[in-house]
Design a protein around this ligand. Structure first.
Ligand SMILES: [Zn+2]
Length: 159
């Protein structure tokens, strides 16, 4: 089921010369599970963050290797935002978070880790959660493997 959306013809346009861009590499790869891609769209895709701030941290990226909002068309950014919306629904089903941070960092000065390929972060939040919380006596950190998160979100996306 994970491979249904990735089956079929290769992209019509060759991948942009990206020089090892993680988003372009993921898109070009044939194994969506390995690449952590949850959903592919004609102009944007949804991918799990390999280095999550919290379990369920996903990103919606445009398919093209462009790094700024002014380089994207309304359809691309619209589809990326639709994927954010879809992911919010799936995360609500799978994780029941109490809130979300949604953010787009354009440019390295703004904190973009991959400044050349536009993406929107979606991070589920719970009241009282603390990122990178040290394990102390009365707090429990429940780490979850990326595989588990992938399975849970994929199931929630399909439901
Ligand atoms: Zn790229």
């Amino acid at each position: 089921m994970a491979y249904v959306t990735s089956a079929g013809a290769p992209p019509a346009t060759p991948p942009a010369t990206s020089g090892g861009c993680i988003f372009c590499d993921a898109l070009a790869g044939g194994d969506d599970r390995k690449s952590l891609i949850l959903r592919r769209g004609p102009k944007a895709f949804l991918i799990l963050n390999k280095y999550p701030y919290a379990s369920g941290h996903v990103m919606a990226a445009v398919n093209r290797h462009v790094g700024s909002l002014e380089e994207t068309g309304p359809e691309e950014i619209g589809q990326a935002m639709e994927l954010v919306q879809t992911a919010v629904r799936a995360l609500n089903r799978a994780y029941a978070p109490e809130g979300f941070n949604v953010g787009l960092n354009q440019g390295r000065a703004a904190g973009a880790g991959v400044p050349k390929h536009l993406h929107i972060h979606l991070v589920p939040r719970w009241s009282g959660d603390v990122n990178f919380m040290p394990v102390v006596s009365d707090t429990r950190v429940l780490p979850e493997s990326l595989d588990t998160t992938y399975d849970r979100l994929l199931a929630a996306l399909g439901s």
